[in-house]
Design a protein around this ligand. Structure first.
Ligand code: ATP
Length: 440
């Protein structure tokens, strides 16, 4: 028998990390004779909800008494974490509950106003539909509690109990697409100090292990595998192949770390996106929407670039924010009449799509007049009669139409195809073009 455990909302902006709580918890459960079944899971939920701490990530994992062969999916202070394919024997839920509460109360940032931890222990997995809703929209705690009561789960929410939403949804994820992330954890005495990770080793790893992604931003020359917060994570490497990630981890020259854990994740899958018509789009959703550009891009204070698209139902603004850097140069070249498909999260105030990537489907032909027609009799350029009214010979008075002037097609400077924000501006859930198998 396998028992699912889910946890969420244990950290604050000042530190902590839900994956670290899971790592500590797994270590402790191994001490108690339980085994990990399968990979632990790091599940990203709706990236647009306002009350997330950072990346809206929750964690789930399975425990049991493992049987058969195992692989190593983590390590803490020299002790390996084996993971088994299947399990037998019962798990004492009350005992597991005590251990979870002990670790959670020790590690969670309970005194922070915005931290509302929750955990769930269940033998029955909630339906995937809950994950679908939680990654795409806003889910109420009442809805989740109803699901938990129906499946007979053991659970607890601290403070406002909101963490239960993410904890349950993380268990309900069943991958249709998935990636992996190996996360290393710093020694406690190093928490909050500058992270020592050698830039050259990151670039070398990025270039040699091709199944990894988003390791380094070559445009801004920034290491992306280290977080910016004072949390216990030293670095996290993402990729398609779990075993490549272990090799990748060993290629990084860094300060000594206490341990690591390998997660199966929904990162880089585009699971949050839903194809929509503009009139159906609501705040906090993430959408794929196709439309005709009907207002040319313009730049607002802060360097954000905005344009508008419309379909047969309505119109909506789309924004490439300043952190998307050179991606804005592409967006700035769009013009009225272009047909695009925009991928992104929906903000409520102002109501706009925060663009994650864009597919330019058709570029409008833009022409400019370079010369008025020449009059055959006068032998010189004719004079415009007025906008859209044609031309008249300066001496003889002969008339010609607008179409007789000489036009040139404008060089657009962009091509049809996919464009994405640079890795430094990418959302956890956004699928990089590298994974979409389209040439960048
Ligand atoms: P980190 O990624 O660093 O762990 P975080 O960004 O995940 O932090 P949390 O502290 O987990 O932020 O806060 C997110 C909160 O929002 C959790 O309490 C979670 O249960 C809740 N939540 C997540 N998704 C939804 C959703 N779709 N609807 C309603 N509440 C949600």
């Amino acid at each position: 028998m396998v028992v699912w455990i889910g946890i969420d909302d244990t950290d604050s902006k000042k530190g902590g990390c839900t994956t670290y709580v899971a790592y500590r918890l797994i270590d402790r459960l191994l001490d108690e004779g339980y085994s990990l079944i399968g990979f632990p899971r790091l599940v990203r939920l709706n990236p647009n909800i306002p009350w997330k701490t950072r990346g809206n990530g929750a964690v789930s994992f399975r425990i049991g008494r493992g049987k058969g062969k195992s692989i190593t999916v983590g390590e803490r202070d020299g002790r390996e974490f084996p993971s088994f394919g299947y399990a037998d024997n019962d798990v004492d839920l009350e005992h597991v509950k005590e251990i979870i509460e002990e670790i959670l109360e020790e590690e969670a940032h309970l005194s922070d106003e915005a931290t509302n931890p929750g955990y769930v222990i269940t033998k029955e997995k909630p339906e995937r539909e809950l994950y679908e809703r939680c990654v795409k929209s806003v889910v109420s705690l009442e809805d989740v509690l109803r699901v938990l009561r129906r499946i007979g789960a053991v659970y607890r929410g601290y403070k406002n109990g909101r963490g239960i939403i993410g904890a349950t949804s993380a268990i309900s994820w069943e991958p249709l697409d998935r990636t992996f992330e190996v996360i290393t954890y710093r020694r406690k005495e190093m928490w909050g100090r500058k992270r020592e990770v050698d830039e050259r080793s990151v670039i070398e790893m990025d270039r040699s292990i091709r199944s990894t992604f988003d390791n380094y931003d070559y445009e801004t020359k920034r290491i992306l595998i280290t977080p910016n917060s004072p949390c216990p994570v030293l670095f996290g490497i993402r990729g398609d192949d779990p075993f490549d990630l272990l090799r990748a981890k060993d290629m990084i020259s860094s300060e000594d770390y206490a341990g690591w854990l390998l997660f199966e994740t929904n990162q880089a899958t585009d699971d949050h996106l839903e194809r929509k018509k503009i009139s159906d789009i609501k705040p906090y959703e993430s959408v794929i929407v196709k439309g005709l550009v009907d207002r040319d891009p313009f730049v607002i204070e802060g360097g954000h670039v905005i344009f508008r698209i419309r379909d047969d139902t309505s119109s909506i603004d789309c924004t490439a924010y300043e952190p998307t850097k050179s991606f804005r140069n592409i967006v700035r070249k769009l013009r009225r009449g272009d047909v695009v498909e925009v991928y992104g999260g929906v903000r409520s105030e102002p109501f706009t799509i925060n663009i994650e990537k864009i597919r330019i489907e058709r570029l409008a032909r833009l022409v400019v007049k370079v010369e008025n027609p020449v009059c055959e009799r006068c032998k010189i350029h004719m004079k415009s009669i007025g906008k859209g009214k044609g031309y008249r010979g300066r001496r003889c008075g002969a008339v010609k139409g607008e179409e007789d002037a000489r036009y040139e097609e404008l060089e657009r400077g962009i091509r049809i195809g996919f464009y994405e924000v640079p890795p430094s501006a990418r959302r956890h859930l956004s699928k990089p073009l590298k994974r979409l198998n389209v040439p960048p």
